[in-house]
Design a protein around this ligand. Structure first.
Ligand code: PLP
Length: 229
């Protein structure tokens, strides 16, 4: 048994499916989830010492790679000022101004904690702005666990029946029936069938295809087991 498998057996006792996000589940692709012990630059190392090229980068925030020095010193400096203030503060204002000044089509923004919240809010804004309710949802694309996005949500949920999770409203299939994005698929039929559509979120690259095992070990990666693992 690998160390990842041991940890997974323990995780099954405390979390549904042993994971904390559907995209980390392996049931539909075989095997058990890999537990990573650390990352450096473009690489991850798992608790069994195997290395991977990381094409996920925490789904975006690690755009400069794992353990980037400039990010580390900015985070350390911010920690010295307080951890989470739970109030309005000037730091998110500065970041918001920076983003709005550099991306012309960003008129204003709100920071959220997860992709799920971002997508949920974007769908609500799209529905409010257009006065339409239908969302064009592509099969296999994962956009977090907001209700409307849990239909054919990709490999993380492929082993579940449609809708991909219990507890979803029955109007979902009519409001956002999953539409194929496979080779040869045509959007025209979808647009006609769903017209008028409020929004059509999509993934340029499926979330689940994010790590490639590396043959060459990298000396900069931490190989020590994490405390308690
Ligand atoms: C395209 C896309 N949207 C939304 C999400 C959901 O993000 P989170 O897990 O932070 O809620 C993901 C996460 O995998 C994603 O890949």
């Amino acid at each position: 048994m690998t160390h990842s498998e041991e940890l997974y057996a323990r995780a099954l006792r405390v979390a549904p499916g042993g994971v904390h996000s559907p995209v980390r589940a392996f049931r539909s692709v075989g095997g058990t989830p890999l537990f990573m012990s650390g990352g450096a630059g473009a690489r991850l190392r798992d608790v069994d010492g195997r290395e991977y090229l990381d094409f996920c980068m925490a789904f975006g925030p690690l755009i400069l790679g794992h353990g980037n020095e400039a990010v580390r010193s900015a985070v350390t400096e911010a920690l010295g000022r307080g951890w989470s203030l739970g109030t309005a503060e000037p730091y998110s204002l500065e970041l918001g101004e920076f983003i709005c000044s550099r991306i012309p089509w960003v008129q204003n923004l709100r920071f959220v904690n997860s992709g799920t919240e971002a997508v949920m809010s974007a769908l609500r804004v799209a529905r409010a702005a257009t006065g339409r309710s239908k969302i064009l949802k592509f099969e296999g694309c994962y956009h977090g666990h907001a209700d409307a996005m849990l239909l054919r949500a990709g490999s993380g949920l492929a082993d579940a029946p449609l809708p991909d999770s219990a507890g979803l409203g029955s109007n979902l299939l009519t409001d956002s029936p999953p539409w194929s994005l496979g080779p040869g698929a045509s959007l025209e039929g979808g647009t006609v069938r769903l017209s008028p559509t409020a929004a059509a979120p999509t993934e340029a690259r499926y979330t689940s295809k994010v790590c490639i095992a590396s043959r060459k070990p990298s000396p900069s990666l931490p190989s020590k087991r994490l405390a308690g693992t």
